[in-house]
Write a protein that binds this ligand. Structure first.
Ligand SMILES: Cc1cc2nc3c(=O)[nH]c(=O)nc-3n(C[C@H](O)[C@H](O)[C@H](O)COP(=O)(O)OP(=O)(O)OC[C@H]3O[C@@H](n4cnc5c(N)ncnc54)[C@H](O)[C@@H]3O)c2cc1C
Length: 279
C-alpha cells in the first residue's frame, strides 16, 4: 500500500490534538490532523468547565465563553458551602464549539484537517498509520517523522506501542447530560458529593447560557453500566432539573493515573492519553 508522508501526523482533533497541530504547523512543519468524527467535538464528552486562566494561556476568544463563573457551590453529604471569588475562576464552554474552533485554528496556520478519518492501526517500525475513510469505507496509509496520538482516554497507543494510558486500568467513568434551559438563572458551578447515597463519585451542575450540563463521575468498577440511571435519578430529584429536555448525552473515560511512558521512537502521546489532561 502506498504511504502518503508528512512531517507530523496527529491522531485526534480534540483540544490536545488540535493544539499540538496548531503549534507545530505554526512552526512551519507539514502536519496532518486526523479526526474520526464528521465534525471535531461532535461526540466528545465534557462538563464544559474550563479554568478561567486557560482562556489567556491558549488565547481563546470570548465568543467561546458561555458564562463566567465566580461562585462554586459545594454540597458534601448535604452540608452546603458557597465559595465566591471577586473574579471568574471558571468559564463554561461547549465542546461542540471549542473543538471546531481549535481544529480550524490549526488549519488556519497550515495543518491539514481530515475529518471522518479513523486511525485503525499503527506500524511502529515504519511509523505508518492505517486510516479508514469512513465516507468511502476504504483504507489508506499515512506516515510521519513523528506520529502524535491525541485520541483520548481509549487511545490505540497503549495497544500498539505500550505508551500512554491503559484504559482498562483504574479509570473513572463520566457521563454528561445537557439539559435545555434557555436564560437559566444559575451562576455557580455545583459539585456534589453524597457519602450516603453514593459513597464514591460525584455529581456536577455547570450552567451555560442556554443549557445546564449535569453529570457524574466515579470509578468504572462501581458505576459502569448504571451511571446513566443514577444520573437520571439525581436529575429527577431536583425541581430545577426535572422534566427538562436532554439535548445531548455523552459519556467517556477519565484516566485516573499518569502514564509511565509518554513517547517512543518517533511517537508521542498527548492529552488524556497521558492521564493528566483537562480541556
Ligand atoms: C463526562 C466527562 C466530563 C468531563 N468534564 C470536564 C470538564 O468539565 N472540564 C475539563 O477540563 N475536563 C473535563 N473532562 C475531561 C476532558 O474531557 C478531557 O480531559 C479532554 O477532552 C481531553 O482532551 P484530548 O484532546 O486529550 O482528548 P479528547 O477530547 O477525547 O479528543 C480525542 C479526539 O480524538 C478522536 N479520536 C479518537 N480515536 C480516534 C481514531 N482512532 N482516529 C481518529 N480520531 C480519533 C476523537 O473523536 C476526539 O475528537 C470530562 C470528561 C468526561 C468523560
Amino acid at each position: 500500500m502506498n504511504c502518503e508522508m508528512h512531517d507530523v501526523v496527529v491522531v485526534g482533533a480534540g483540544p490536545c490534538g488540535s493544539t499540538a497541530a496548531y503549534e507545530i504547523a505554526k512552526a512551519g512543519y507539514d502536519v496532518l490532523l486526523l479526526e474520526r468524527d464528521k465534525v471535531p467535538g461532535q461526540f466528545n464528552s465534557c462538563g464544559g468547565g474550563l479554568g478561567n486562566f486557560l482562556l489567556k494561556k491558549f488565547d481563546l476568544p470570548d465568543s467561546l465563553v458561555h458564562k463566567r463563573i465566580n461562585k462554586v457551590q459545594l454540597d458534601i453529604t448535604t452540608k452546603k458551602k458557597l465559595y465566591q471569588a471577586d473574579q471568574p475562576i471558571y468559564v463554561s464552554v461547549k465542546r461542540t464549539e471549542l473543538d471546531p474552533f481549535l481544529a480550524r485554528r490549526a488549519e488556519s496556520v497550515g495543518a491539514q484537517l481530515r475529518c471522518y478519518q479513523k486511525a485503525v492501526d499503527y506500524d511502529p517500525f515504519h511509523k505508518h498509520v492505517k486510516v479508514l475513510d469512513r465516507a468511502t469505507e476504504t483504507h489508506y496509509q499515512v506516515g510521519g517523522k513523528i506520529v502524535i496520538f491525541a485520541d483520548g482516554a481509549r487511545s490505540m497507543a497503549w495497544q500498539v506501542c505500550r505508551i500512554g494510558v491503559d484504559h482498562k486500568r483504574e479509570s473513572i467513568i463520566g457521563v454528561a447530560f445537557e439539559l435545555d434551559y434557555p436564560d437559566n438563572p444559575h451562576e455557580a458551578f455545583e459539585f456534589l458529593f453524597n457519602g450516603e447515597k453514593l459513597p464514591y463519585g460525584y455529581y456536577w451542575v455547570f450552567p451555560t447560557t442556554d443549557t445546564l450540563n449535569v453529570g457524574m463521575g466515579g470509578p468504572t468498577a462501581q458505576l459502569g453500566g448504571r451511571i446513566g440511571k443514577l444520573l437520571q435519578e439525581f436529575i429527577d430529584s431536583r425541581d430545577d432539573l426535572r422534566g427538562r429536555k436532554v439535548v445531548r448525552k455523552t459519556s467517556g473515560l477519565i484516566p485516573s493515573y499518569v502514564a509511565d511512558q509518554l513517547h517512543g521512537d518517533g511517537v508521542l502521546v498527548v492529552g488524556d492519553e497521558i492521564g493528566r489532561a483537562h480541556v
